[in-house]
Design a protein around this ligand. Structure first.
Ligand code: BTN
Length: 256
């Protein structure tokens, strides 16, 4: 196993301040607890999390030293109501980094996941934190890179597993993470004026577009076919009665 290296990840051309920890409870919890003291642009990677968290109080479990688990401390350059766009832009950045580094075609499963074929490879967790220096955003990313085993009840996979090349034993996490940090830098700037153009690129990578879905929304379950993404990246559904419905948030979305 090639360890993650802070030297490899601090290449000087990007404004990120990268730290690599051997173990931490959660990279997002670490950043949230130190948000007031750390500079915006701090990025914490770890080889192992003892209390990794996903959305909806799920745990994020990954074996030591195989995947990418990291969080970024951000102060998005846009008004607060646009901050949810960060998750969409980060999902686009993850797809582009994978496409650049590997012969794979990841897809965005709105609102927070990246899929390869019918399995999850990455999840995003965006959380705001209020500090004496104002509101900040902690963006946590888990990306399955070299893991090969997943519990059968979880529809997950990894980049290495999907490449299916007997000659390839390990994907270089430092190279992938460097590319990803570059992509995140480029994409997160698109939060304001360029967001419509970003959504066009998200649309090309949607795992849900044209599909029949079932979503657990705030006011109950919604069934429908995904007609399009709107200018915020929200799903426009055609319901069984022929009406359209815009899904602006959802806890769980499944293709049916
Ligand atoms: C999800 O799929 O529900 C989101 C998963 C987010 C996991 C990452 S791993 C790095 C960071 N630290 C955490 O505790 N969670 C995020």
């Amino acid at each position: 196993m090639i360890p993650l290296s802070a030297d490899a990840l601090n290449d000087g051309s990007l404004p990120w301040h990268v730290t690599v920890l051997d173990e931490v409870n959660s990279t997002s919890d670490r950043l949230k607890s130190q948000a007031a003291e750390l500079p915006v642009g701090t990025v914490v990677f770890t080889e192992s999390q003892t209390a990794g968290r996903g959305r909806r109080d799920n745990r994020w479990i990954a074996p030591r030293g195989k995947d990418l688990m990291f969080s970024l401390l951000l102060k998005p350059e846009a008004s607060l109501e646009k901050w949810p766009r960060i998750t969409t832009l980060a999902a686009l950045a993850i797809c582009k980094a994978i496409e650049t580094e590997l012969p794979l075609q990841p897809r965005i499963k709105w609102p927070n996941d990246i899929y390869l074929r019918d399995r999850k490879i990455s999840g995003l967790l965006a959380e705001t934190v209020s500090t004496r220096n104002g509101m900040l955003l902690v963006l946590g990313i888990g990306l399955n890179v070299n893991s090969l085993e997943f519990p059968p009840e979880i529809p997950a996979t990894s980049l290495l597993r999907e490449i299916q090349s007997p000659a390839l034993h390990e994907i270089d996490r430092n190279a992938l993470a460097s590319c990803l940090l570059g992509m995140l830098h480029g994409e997160l700037h698109r939060i304001d004026d360029d967001f419509t153009a970003a959504i066009a690129e998200v649309r090309e990578r949607s795992w849900l577009l044209g599909r029949q879905i079932r979503a657990q929304a705030l006011h109950g379950e919604v069934f429908g076919r995904v007609l399009d993404l709107n200018e915020e990246g929200h799903l426009i559904l055609k319901l069984a009665d022929g009406s359209t419905h815009t899904l602006t948030s959802a806890d769980e979305v499944r293709r049916v």
